[in-house]
Design a protein around this ligand. Structure first.
Ligand SMILES: CC(=O)N[C@H](C=O)[C@@H](O)[C@H](O)[C@H](O)COP(=O)(O)O
Ligand SMILES: C=C(OP(=O)(O)O)C(=O)O
Length: 374
């Protein structure tokens, strides 16, 4: 299977292309099937969805908050997400359909219950989205399942990415990839920071590096391939003008097909036998456009970008009390969960740092632990 060959680095000149259907199916299984077929016809290797167990992923206050947006499918965020969430039975139906037309089918596991569900569904790999890249307990569990993992690194620090790699190494899990990603929708060219692809390749020499892009158009994604990305993920839509947060920065079928064709041509011309090109060589190959030049600007350090802060605030995971915790209580793992919280609390990457710390004030069940509590 191509993905496994890429993860084991047996093949270096092919790119595995994932069409991220995400929640662009508008809550309709029929539309999802049309999208799976359109992704297959565009030449993609895989279709991907987003699987959540809403009570496991979000706190009650995050689910109950009013969602005032032209993209809202309900009056609260919980109603909106419920509308877009497929049942386990519907997942099986979509998986069967994907099998029938021979395209890989998977989803991101956005909480532990969804991870268990996807593992049981026997998907070829499980995606861990940027929102869970700092969810170390989830990553530890995922690393022990014996299933390939594709892990995005948007809205995370370099320290967190180092920790992901350490978790995989400690678990002896070798079949995984890290995707460079910037969690802003759409990402402006100047924020794409494609030089972080060779940076990550050098820092984690044994790990396959890919790119999950949220920018407009396909040129920057092609530049990502020439920067060394061997797994590409792009949001996919049947029509960019539809209601929904992700449609605008998604590719329509003709754009996705053009991306696949252009990547295949780079492969046919043996250009991908060399993995990493310099920015000037990439511009020579693709032709000079301002956006590609901006996306390739010199960047030496992986930081959480200011353009990612709205997404980190909205969908970043926080540390939450699993039950009511009294003042003076010394925190243990069993006391804590990791969820999207409204308002956010201490971010999930500090989970292991606060174990053993005594609470200076009580925290209610399903409420975030904040700096004021420790
Ligand atoms: C960080 C993350 O999960 N991002 C996902 C993947 O890129 C997105 O598809 C979000 O689910 C989507 O943008 C949320 O939109 P809304 O809040 O309108 O449901
Ligand atoms: C959030 C996701 O993707 P990314 O972090 O790659 O944008 C996802 O796949 O669910």
């Amino acid at each position: 299977m191509l993905l496994l060959d890429i993860l084991s680095k047996d093949i270096c000149n092919k790119v595995y292309i994932i069409a991220e259907i995400g929640q662009n199916h508008q809550g309709s299984v029929e539309t999802a099937k049309q999208m799976i077929l359109a992704a297959k016809n565009a030449g993609c290797h895989c279709v991907k969805f987003q699987k959540s167990d809403l009570q496991a992923k979000f706190t009650r206050s995050a689910l109950n908050r009013r969602y005032i947006s032209e993209h809202a499918w309900g009056s609260t965020y919980g109603e909106h997400k419920e509308y877009l969430e497929f049942s386990e039975q519907q997942y099986k139906e979509l998986q069967d359909y994907s099998k029938e037309i021979q395209i890989d089918f998977t989803a991101s596991a956005m909480d532990e219950r969804s991870l268990d569900f996807l593992a049981a569904l026997n998907v070829p790999f499980i995606k861990i989205g940027s929102g869970d890249a700092n969810n170390f307990p989830l990553l530890m569990k995922a690393a022990t399942l014996g299933i390939p993992l594709v892990i995005s690194t948007g809205m995370q620090s370099l320290e967190t990415v180092d920790r992901i790699v350490q978790i995989m190494e400690e678990a002896g899990h070798k079949q995984y990839a890290l995707l460079h990603c910037v969690s802003s929708y759409p990402t402006e060219a100047k924020d794409c920071n494609l030089r972080l692809i060779p940076f990550l390749k050098k820092r984690y020499a044994n790990v396959t590096i890919g790119y999950s892009g949220h920018e407009l158009g396909i040129s920057i994604t092609k530049a990502a391939v020439l920067s060394g990305a061997r797994i590409i993920e792009r949001h996919f839509t049947l029509d960019k003008n539809q209601k929904g947060s992700d449609h605008r920065c998604s590719l329509e079928p003709s754009e996705l097909a053009a991306l696949v064709k252009d990547v295949e041509q780079l492969q046919r011309e043996n250009i991908l036998l060399k993995e990493v090109y310099t920015p000037s060589a990439i511009i020579d190959i693709l032709g000079n456009t301002m956006e590609v030049e901006q996306a390739l600007a010199d960047v030496q350090q992986k930081l959480i970008l200011s353009c990612e802060l709205p997404c980190r605030h909205k969908l970043g995971k926080s540390i939450v009390a699993a039950r009511k915790l009294e003042k003076g209580h010394q925190l243990q793992e069993a006391d804590l969960l990791i969820k999207v919280s409204e308002p956010p609390g201490i971010f999930a990457e500090r989970y292991y740092d606060i174990i053993g710390v005594k609470l200076t004030s009580s925290v209610d069940e399903d409420e975030p632990i904040t700096e004021n509590n420790i």
